[in-house]
Structure formats: C-alpha cells, structure tokens
Write a protein that binds this ligand. Structure first.
Ligand code: FEH
Ligand code: ZN
Ligand code: ZN
Length: 367
C-alpha cells in the first residue's frame, strides 16, 4: 500500500514506513511495508535515527546506474545510516552490541572471504552489497536490516552526545574523503598545497581532513558557489577559488600558491572538466584522487601524465577501520557538521534541493 505524501507516517504493528523507488526518474513513494525480521543468526535490525542523502542516491533514483548497478524495484535507497539496535540475531556476541546501542552502519557489506575483505577493504569486495544500492534495502525507512553485527560501529561513552544525524553522514560523506586524503597524505606537509574541488557533502569534510591529515599543507577550496566557499573557510580552508567566475584558473592558482602549484587534488565532482582543471594545476609528482561520480569517463593528457609523473587514482568510500577512526575524530569534536534535517515525508523535497545544488553540507532524512 502506498501512503499519500504528507499524511501521518506513523506506522502500526509490524508495518513500517519506507520511501521507495517504484519508477526511475519519479519521486520516491512513501510505502507502508512489513518491518524486516531476523532470518539468520548474525543479522541485526537497526531502528533508523537518520540517513544521509548522497548523490549516489540521486543517480540511482534517476536511473543513471541501471546498467552499472542494477537493482530490482521497488527499492528503498539510503546508504548512510545511523540509529539504535532494535533486535539482534542469536549468534551476535553479547559483548559486541546489544539492544538500544547507538550505532553507525558501515555500508560496504563484503563477502568476508575474498582478498579485499581479508585485508579489510570490504567496501571494494568483488561481491559487495551496499544498503540501498543492491538487493538490500537502505535507510530511507524506519528500520534497516543489517546482514551482520560486524558491519556496525558501536558509538559509546562520551560520543553518546553525537546525534544520529551527525553520525549518519560520517558513514559516507565524512568517510570517503578521509580514505582519499589518507592515500596521498605522504605528498603533503609544510609548503605543500592541496585543493579540494567541490564543496558539497564530501568536500565539506574533505577540507577538514586536508587540515587534519595534511601536516601543515595549505588547503584550497574550489567550487562554483561563493556560499559553499564561505562554508569551506569556516571549516579551515586557507584559500578559496570560485571556478565559475575565474577566467584563468592556472594563473589564479599560481598567485594563490606563490607559484608553487598544487600537490594533491581531491576531486569530489568527477567531471571531465574537473579532471582537466586538476591536470592543469597539478605539480610534478602530484596526485589526483577522484571520488566524485558525476561524469562518464576521465581522460588525461598522456604526455603530461608521464613527463610530470602524475598519479591519478579513484577511491571508493572507506573501510570499517577508517569509519572507526572518523568516529573517534568526531568523538573528540575534531569534525564540524553541517546538516539539514528533513523528515521522511519530505524526502522528495530534499532530493529536489540536492539535484539543484541547493543543499549546504549534507541533507539527512529522519523517520
Ligand atoms: C558509489 C557507488 C557504489 C557504492 C557506493 C558509492 C558511493 O556513494 C559511496 O560514497
Ligand atoms: Zn554515497
Ligand atoms: Zn569480499
């Protein structure tokens, strides 16, 4: 049964409310569906406290990823989830989690056996399942079924003052740039420069990690919106550059960096044009880490890439340990949050605002 938008969403008995894709390119529908139940002993049901809205959700909802990431409809999106443990399977160790615990959900649900899982990178497991992006439903719902307690990070002690709406974005928007910057932090230090392209959900955290992990490198935020650049300044950007209104970006970068150029670019956009900009401003031995997925392909000029020994790499999400590290930083209040809350009944409003570039920081959906 589909509930009309705006009606009272409170569900009764064993039924819950979830916002689901029925048709690609159409608004999500608020459905009254069965509450998930435990059917295998490691499973956990999480009462959703908040779920972040990621651009990947938009790609999925638009139908952009029908070939690369086929899912069956109806599907509940949402892969940035935090909430409270509602129910645990029979084999969940009592000292790991218990009912009522506040948890952040690690979203890279790997097989546990392949070399990527064995080395702790379950998010790039060849048969990884991601909530809301696979056969598993995601967090735009009142409850989420998690296949194993091993995918939960318990948030305890002084961190209990962290709210689910702060934790949820840390599982993806606040995790992806952490892994990306960690990959290239050896290239950073005093007198080095790191540019963050795109100050959306990811770039907002990216600026902070560039400061935290950059060992004194200068942090340059680049975006097309002055408002987002202001936000970047507020979380530690040393310099900002509006790439929509600047004519000769290379020249502007030379002025800002006093001729030193950029050693690391974190591209949270992933368009052909942002890669072109990155290559144009990058120093010899520099690295571009691409985490954004807006474009279709990335092409780099061969001669410059070889002669200047560029490194261009992709980075997906983060692993469980990296999520734990991010949460430790958040516990110590080292991470600033910029959140706009929407109730589940307003999920399509949030989606439209994100689509038109009108969300600062992260939109989170709360049931
Ligand atoms: C993209 C593609 C597949 C899985 C996850 C994602 C990102 O949203 C993770 O940030
Ligand atoms: Zn995502
Ligand atoms: Zn695996």
């Amino acid at each position: 049964m589909t509930i009309q938008m705006g009606k009272n969403l409170e569900s009764s008995g064993n039924n819950i409310c979830a916002a689901r894709i029925h048709k690609y390119g159409s608004p999500l529908e608020l459905d009254d569906i069965q509450k998930p139940t435990i059917s295998s002993p490691e499973e956990v049901i999480v009462r959703v406290g908040a779920t972040g809205l990621c651009h990947s959700d938009l790609h999925l909802i638009n139908g952009d990823w029908q070939k690369s990431l086929p899912v069956s409809l109806p599907k509940t999106p949402g892969h940035e989830v935090a909430g409270w443990v509602e129910e645990i399977g029979a084999s969940v160790p009592k000292n790991s989690i218990k009912e009522g615990d506040l948890v952040a959900v690690f979203g890279g649900w790997g097989c546990g056996h392949c070399i990527y899982c064995k080395r702790g990178d379950e998010q790039i497991c060849q048969s990884a399942k991601w909530p809301g992006l696979s056969e598993y439903d995601g967090g735009f719902s009142e409850y989420l079924l998690v296949p194993s307690y091993k995918f939960l990070v318990r948030v305890d002690g002084r961190a209990i003052s962290l709210k689910p709406e702060e934790l949820a974005p840390l599982t993806d928007a606040g995790l992806t740039p952490y892994r990306a910057i960690k990959k290239v932090r050896h290239l950073l230090g005093p007198n080095k420069n790191v540019a963050i392209i795109g100050i959306g959900g990811l770039g907002f955290y990216g600026v902070q990690y560039a400061q935290i992990l950059g060992s004194g490198a200068n942090v340059l935020a680049m975006d097309r919106s002055d408002d987002k650049l202001e936000l970047a300044k507020g979380v530690g950007a040393d310099f900002t550059l509006n790439i929509a209104t600047s004519e000769d970006i290379r020249n502007k970068i030379d002025i800002i960096t006093k001729g030193q150029g950029i050693d690391v670019v974190l591209d949270t956009v992933g368009l052909e044009s942002t890669l072109e900009t990155s290559v144009n401003i990058l120093n010899r031995n520099g690295a571009i880490v691409v985490v954004g997925l807006f474009g279709r392909e990335i092409k780099a000029p061969l001669f410059q890439t070889v002669i200047k020994e560029f490194q261009i790499c992709g980075s997906l999400w983060g692993n469980y340990n990296e999520l734990s590290e991010v949460i430790e930083l958040a516990k110590k209040r080292k991470i600033k949050h910029q959140i706009k809350k929407f109730s589940l009944s307003k999920v399509n409003e949030a989606i439209d605002l994100l689509r038109t570039g009108n969300i600062s920081g992260r939109a989170v959906i709360t049931p």
